[in-house]
Design a protein around this ligand. Sequence first.
Ligand code: ZN
Length: 58
Amino acid sequence: MAVLEPPRCPTCPGRPSLWKDTTSVVPARPDQWRWYCAECRGEWAPTFEQRMTFTYGS
Ligand SMILES: [Zn+2]
């Protein structure tokens, strides 16, 4: 199985990897997660492709 590489923060100079924030996920909607940056506290909605890959592909 391929290792999934998370995207990097577009605003932090160190380009840290983003975390998958699943705090808003409920059982009925397993794809309601966000990318989260621990450095700038930013959040990004995943693209459709990322949503599929990182929700169901691992
Ligand atoms: Zn950041």
